[in-house]
Design a protein around this ligand. Structure first.
Ligand SMILES: Cc1cc2nc3c(=O)[nH]c(=O)nc-3n(C[C@H](O)[C@H](O)[C@H](O)COP(=O)(O)OP(=O)(O)OC[C@H]3O[C@@H](n4cnc5c(N)ncnc54)[C@H](O)[C@@H]3O)c2cc1C
Length: 494
């Protein structure tokens, strides 16, 4: 038996049992390929469970992977028919857990991947490299370290555990580590699980995206019930308008309930808004922390803070991939080919074209980064896109090039990021409330390129040429210098 044959007999290792890791498992099952899913947590959807109390913007039909549905059908499972998007908890309960149950014998919980490499070869060695199996090193909860060999690795480990630091330069603010006891994560459950910690106390929310908006609104609900609950919101920008959506402009008649509710909250004076704030230091004392930042008007000190919710976005953990060969966008830390297609300066989720194994492939043959992690630091990832990523990747691993090359994302004209809690389309252009676009933006051609293989770029249409970026340009009356193309029904950025 040759080394190559031996490698082909090995399992594909999937890192992470979130929505995309499990969708990969479904496709591997469907293709009859041996596989193992390694999950650091004790259950499927460990990361999603951290935001169990948050309602997604995506209806069920765009969450459930079609192949997963096919495999689940014989068990009597049916996709929930409600048009109301699920919460994180519902996503785990009604989809991820039944799906994970199908592959119970392939799942290994409590096993954190700490490194990936090639069997007997460090990163510098090239000859015969692709014929060597991968080695995947895992650390179990009890501290025992083990290793397994794999024919391919699909890294679907997400970015949840990689919160961006508070510091304005992408580095931790001075004292951030020492202030850890006051940090409550990006999306604390202030109304239920964490209620006692927030009721009657002062919480600072830092960040200007969907996560910040959710936490601010929940804190406002809490303050109505628990007197003395104080809310401070600090943002880097000079205005929170991008988080509200385009409510003031005709071009963006609605930006979703979340933004509108947040605007009402801010205008009611129920919270203190600090704009132009770049965090520089955290100064903890016994009971509270003072958060210090630079603003255009000089230093501002936000004192007496009991909790800091850092809704500052996420970044991928690349340390586990440091011994394999990667080719990443230098800014976003996404696979290089994907970078221009997902750059949040130019794209909302509505305009990210579908992409598969070609855009996700790494110089390390057989290694793919998929799911939330494949977007690196870009916040616009959608489960629908990830389902298509793993369909294509697994088809490639199975040797079915035709299926692998055919990107099949079929999306409705209205954005799946923009359905409110009542199941109504809000027509929102940005992804999950994520602000997109910058003033004076020059849209690079590669951000709107046709697919390399000639497949036209299709994505969630936002009804606005060029998606969120151009929508905001309309607001700021700046004409993009690149050709954003025309946005017709079903396709943008082509
Ligand atoms: C609050 C919030 C709301 C969102 N709303 C939407 C929405 O409306 N629509 C939408 O399409 N998307 C939404 N997303 C974005 C995205 O689709 C989700 O984050 C989704 O869970 C990503 O799936 P994933 O499988 O890529 O990663 P994750 O769900 O993060 O799963 C990764 C898994 O890998 C495990 N893991 C991590 N590191 C390791 C390791 N080293 N070894 C082993 N296991 C590891 C984790 O424990 C986790 O279980 C939202 C995200 C957030 C945070």
């Amino acid at each position: 038996m040759t080394t190559t044959t031996a490698t082909e007999d090995l399992p594909v290792v999937v890192i992470g049992a979130g929505p995309i890791g499990l969708a990969a498992a479904a496709h591997l099952t469907d293709r009859g390929l041996p596989f193992v899913v390694l999950e650091a947590g004790e259950d499927v959807g460990t990361a999603v469970s951290q935001w169990a109390h948050i309602r997604t913007f995506t209806p069920w039909q765009y969450i459930a992977d079609p192949t997963a549905e096919k495999l689940l059908a014989p068990t009597g499972w049916t996709r929930p028919t409600t048009p109301v998007p699920p919460t994180g908890a519902e996503l785990v309960e009604h989809y991820l857990r039944p799906l994970g149950g199908l592959f119970a014998e392939h799942m290994r919980f409590g096993e954190r991947v700490v490194a990936v490499s090639r069997d007997g070869m460090d990163k510098t060695r090239s000859i015969g490299r692709s014929e060597r199996p991968f080695v995947v090193r895992v650390e179990r909860h009890d501290g025992v370290v083990g290793q397994l060999r794999a024919r391919a690795v699909i890294d679907a480990s997400g970015t949840w555990s990689g919160r961006n630091p508070l510091g304005g330069a992408g580095l931790p603010a001075v004292g951030e580590e020492e202030a850890a006891p006051f940090l409550v994560g990006p999306l604390p459950d202030v109304l239920d699980r964490g209620r006692d910690r927030f009721a009657g106390r002062r919480t600072l929310v830092v960040g200007a995206g969907h996560s910040a908006a959710n936490t601010l609104l929940n804190l406002a609900r809490l303050s109505a019930e628990a007197p003395g609950t104080e809310i401070v919101w600090a943002i880097r920008g000079t205005s929170p308008a991008k988080v509200y959506g385009g409510a003031e402009a005709d071009e963006l008649a609605a930006r979703g309930r979340l933004g509108a509710d947040l605007r009402t909250l801010v205008e009611s004076g129920a919270l203190r808004l600090v704009t132009g704030f770049a965090t520089t230091a955290l100064e903890p004392t016994a009971d509270t922390v003072t958060v210090v930042g630079e603003t255009p008007d000089g230093e501002v000190r936000i004192a007496g803070v009991h909790n800091v919710a850092a809704a500052t976005g996420f970044r991928p953990d690349l340390a586990i991939l440091s011994e394999v060969r990667l080719d990443l966008d230098p800014g976003l830390e996404a696979p290089r080919a994907l970078g221009p297609l997902i750059d949040p300066a130019f794209h909302s989720c509505g305009t990210v074209p579908p992409h598969g194994h070609r855009d996700l492939a790494q110089p390390e043959e057989g290694l793919y980064i998929v799911g939330m992690k494949s977007y690196g630091r870009a916040p616009t990832f959608l489960i629908t896109t990830g389902n298509e990523q793993v369909r294509s990747v697994v088809a490639a691993l199975a040797g079915d090039r035709a299926a692998a090359d055919e990107v099949q994302l079929v999306l409705p004209e209205t954005g799946v990021c923009s359905v409110n809690a009542a199941g109504q389309d809000t027509g929102a252009g940005g992804c999950c409330g994520t602000p997109t676009g910058v003033d004076g933006l020059e849209v690079p051609a590669e951000a709107h390129r046709a697919r390399p293989d000639g497949v036209p770029a299709q994505g969630f249409t936002t009804g606005v040429a060029g998606g969120g970026a151009v929508a905001l340009l309309a607001l700021t009356d700046v004409t993009p210098t690149g050709d954003a193309g025309s946005c017709g029904s079903g396709g943008c950025c082509s």
